[in-house]
Design a protein around this ligand. Structure first.
Ligand SMILES: Nc1nc2c(c(=O)[nH]1)N[C@H]1C(S)=C(S)[C@@H](COP(=O)(O)OP(=O)(O)OC[C@H]3O[C@@H](n4cnc5c(=O)[nH]c(N)nc54)[C@H](O)[C@@H]3O)O[C@H]1N2
Ligand SMILES: Nc1nc2c(c(=O)[nH]1)N[C@H]1C(S)=C(S)[C@@H](COP(=O)(O)OP(=O)(O)OC[C@H]3O[C@@H](n4cnc5c(=O)[nH]c(N)nc54)[C@H](O)[C@@H]3O)O[C@H]1N2
Ligand code: SF4
Ligand SMILES: [Mo]
Length: 694
């Protein structure tokens, strides 16, 4: 029997849990991936999709060599080329674009398809800074809510999730954690065994709703009103913690005055939540300690997402939760890692301090209308032809013949259909990297487990080699991965004291040291040094200084509100090409309320067109009562593989930006729905669409 070895690894995907993995190798190949039982958070449990990683790494469609476009854009007609040829073409195209249009005509487009610090935000940033490219504002995911949280707490950082086993009330608010943060659900289950109650507030009765003790369905974009209604009851019934408020908060008197109008009946009309439920929830929250709110990303993919998160973030202070084990809130914890971004990314290499910034949520407009025009787009760690809003604009832009597009990925994604050059990327198993989590508090080191497959290269290697080919002789392009990890860790963050590269290398992971500098509730980094119910910073910017509810901005031309959430078995669009996981999700669907379906003669199982001015999409109706009237929900970013009859779900979503943080407003979309004729087939990739040559 061939010898088996086990190597430690880290899950690289854009998921809060950042699990520690055990990888079994046999004959030099990875044959099994499981959760590391030793890791304090992972404790041996991982999701199904990552257990299937061996299938993804050795997938027959994995890209193994560079490709150059032969046929028209929109098709997957490519010829293989060598890396030398690919580099030569990139260098000559970039140089001639810079000569004719200036370096800002080149735009990187990336996100966190791989969360490794070096491969997601390291050597690439150095390269594009040195090149003088346009900056990309990477705001597609969490920027609105992070900024909202900051206005209340001074920083976007919450409690240690390991402590939530001690909570007696857990509110999962706008997060589908059974799918998107499974270890938070495991902690909540442990708390529940001790008697804790789990409440889930969402627009859709999804897996998390079915697992929770109490599911509260709500109309999209109205959660700030619900939070203000809870405050109204808590204040009126004097369930507040006065000593805490006096010592640690700013603006309580103004808040009390402000929430007078948010009476349960008024809030009920806005939110669709019955007033009895509002009162019950408020009393539960007002009388249970420690209580914990897990603030999800669903809340902030709205026009009013920043203010919504700011408003919810005010709740724990009212009952004095901060500082009690298991009390408080958590939206994201990436801030604690405190890595040195300037050392990693070297912003001073950029020749133009005033270079323009393009918001990634407005890629469509940028490709079509930016002046001076974007002439080259370099995509890596992302799949904009599925994930960016207003897809028809994005794709019209990507179809431009005068746009030179390079895509670096492991697979021929939908974005590759628009590429001039496609470059093969390694999987994270083939890389050395450093991982932080945006939820738990462990830094983890990753050593390569297998050699790069075929001719694939990591982002780190690609951008380092490309820099040398461009003639960039700066020392920072000579460094090794280990050098770069050390540079990133060389920071004065109090949470990194005692965390050295050597200690990480010996142990594999290290917990950030929160005890060295506890924030809550005594070191709140707001301007007032207190938790701010009243924010003068917001006032100076022309926003309401107090937490507030504002209606969504999408004109009411179309009657239904569409929320296009992620699904359980994909990770954004990653894994959308794996048959077993597609099979588990069955097909793209649209959940709709019976009343809305009856009005349109739609029955469960019918195909429906979902449309608005931006586009149209064909989905399978699932009719029921698991969401409120007037709301429709889809799940997953499905590959469309160039099927000319169908558009992806993001064909419907707007390029509008959220109130704070210039974030995406995916879920503030309005649509109408109509039964499709029987011959229409639901969006499914054409199988030939994912072959290398047609
Ligand atoms: N399995 C899986 N895991 C993932 C991902 C994935 O695609 N699949 N994606 C990863 C990424 S990048 C992220 S950002 C996170 C996201 O994970 P979460 O933080 O869970 O956020 P979302 O899944 O975007 O949305 C959460 C929920 O918000 C609900 N929602 C939408 N609008 C509203 C609203 O106005 N009010 C309320 N109360 N609820 C609303 C949606 O129905 C959805 O169930 O998950 C990560 N993990
Ligand atoms: N309608 C709607 N749209 C959404 C969302 C939603 O909920 N609804 N969610 C939004 C959110 S929160 C996010 S974060 C974005 C996510 O959007 P993206 O960041 O684009 O995420 P993915 O779709 O997973 O695409 C990541 C790509 O990176 C590739 N990749 C993985 N590792 C590497 C590597 O090491 N090197 C290179 N070069 N490539 C690699 C993967 O193969 C994959 O094709 O989508 C957003 N879009
Ligand atoms: S995707 Fe999330 S839950 Fe699954 S293994 Fe990775 S970090 Fe863990
Ligand atoms: Mo995200």
């Amino acid at each position: 029997m061939p010898q088996q070895t086990i190597a430690p690894s880290v899950c690289p995907f854009d998921c809060p849990d950042t699990c520690s993995l055990n990888v079994v190798k046999e004959g030099g190949k990875i044959i099994k991936v499981s959760g590391n039982p030793q890791h304090p958070v992972t404790k041996g449990a991982i999701c199904n999709k990552v257990r299937l990683l061996p299938q993804r790494v050795y997938h027959k469609e994995r890209l193994l060599q560079p490709l150059r476009r032969r046929g028209p854009k929109g098709t997957l007609t490519f010829d293989p080329i060598t890396w030398d040829e690919a580099y030569a073409e990139l260098v000559s195209r970039f140089q001639s674009i810079i000569e004719r249009y200036g370096s800002e005509a080149i735009l990187p487009y990336s996100f966190y398809g791989n969360m490794g610090v070096l491969n997601a935000e390291g050597m690439d940033r150095r390269f594009f800074n040195r090149l003088g490219a346009s900056h990309l504002d990477r705001t597609i995911c969490n920027s609105a809510g992070s900024e909202g949280f900051r206005y209340t707490m001074g920083v976007n950082a919450g409690i240690d999730p390991e402590e939530t086993v001690a909570s007696n009330l857990i509110i999962i608010w706008g997060a589908n954690i059974i799918a998107t943060n499974m270890h938070q659900a495991i902690y909540a289950d442990q708390a529940r065994k001790r008697g804790a109650t789990i409440v889930h507030i969402d627009v859709h009765q999804n897996r998390t709703a079915r697992w929770a003790d109490w599911f509260i369905p709500i109309l999209p974009g109205t959660d700030a009103a619900l939070a203000l209604g809870i405050m109204h009851v808590i204040v009126t019934e004097d369930l507040v913690n006065h000593p805490f408020i006096t010592r640690h908060t700013y603006g309580y008197e103004e808040l009390v005055e402000h929430v007078q109008t948010y009476k349960p009946q008024y809030v009920s009309r806005i939110t669709g939540v019955p007033s009895d439920d509002i009162v019950h929830l408020a009393r539960l929250y007002g009388t249970t300690s420690p209580s914990f709110i897990r603030i999800g990303n669903g809340l902030q993919h709205h026009d009013n997402g920043g203010m919504t998160v700011r408003t919810i973030t005010c709740l724990p202070a009212l009952t004095g939760q901060w500082g009690i084990k298991g009390g408080g809130a958590l939206k994201g914890n990436a801030w604690y890692a405190g890595l040195s971004l300037p050392a990693l990314q070297r912003p001073e290499l950029h020749p133009n301090p005033h270079a323009r910034t393009i918001n990634m949520n407005q890629l469509g407009n940028a490709l079509l209308n930016a002046t001076p025009p974007i002439k080259a787009l370099f995509v890596y760690n992302s799949n904009p032809a599925l994930v960016s809003p207003d897809q028809n604009k994005v794709r019209e832009g990507l179809m431009r013949d005068d746009l030179f597009t390079v895509v670096h990925d492991l697979f021929l994604t939908d974005t590759c259909r628009f590429a001039n050059i496609v470059l093969p990327a390694t999987s994270h198993f083939e890389n050395r990297d450093l991982y932080k989590s945006y939820w738990h508090l462990y830094l983890q080191l990753h050593e390569p487990i297998i050699e790069p497959l075929g001719e694939s290269k990591s982002n780190f290697t690609l951008f380092k080699e490309l820099a040398l080919r461009m003639g960039f002789d700066d020392a920072c392009f000579q460094c090794t991965e280990t050098d770069m990890i050390r540079e990133a860790m060389d920071s004065d963050s109090p949470y990194l004291t005692d965390v050295t590269y050597e200690s990480l290398k010996t142990r594999g992971w290290i917990k950030l040291n929160l005890r060295h500098h506890p924030l809550f509730p005594t070191h709140i980094p707001t301007p007032s040094g207190k938790i701010e119910f009243y924010s003068e910073s917001l006032q100076q910017l022309g926003w309401p200084p107090l937490p507030d509810h504002t209606p969504l901005r999408e004109p009411e031309t179309y009657p239904l509100q569409l929320v296009s959430a992620p699904n359980h078995n994909f990770l954004n669009s990653t894994f959308g090409n794996m048959e077993s996981l597609k099979h588990a999700e069955r097909e793209p669907f649209l959940a709709m309320h019976v009343a809305d379906a009856e009005k349109r003669s739609v029955r469960s199982g019918d195909l429906v067109w979902v449309w608005n001015d931006r586009g149209q999409c064909c989905l399978r109706a699932r009719v029921g009562t698991n969401l409120l009237k007037g709301v429709v929900v889809s799940q997953g970013l499905w590959w469309d593989g160039g099927n000319p009859h169908h558009q992806p779900i993001n064909a419907l979503t707007p390029q509008r930006l959220s109130d704070f943080g210039q974030g995406a407003a995916f879920f503030s979309t309005r649509v109408d729905v109509e039964r499709a004729c029987a011959e229409t087939s639901v969006m499914q990739p054409l199988t030939e669409g994912i072959r290398q040559t047609e």
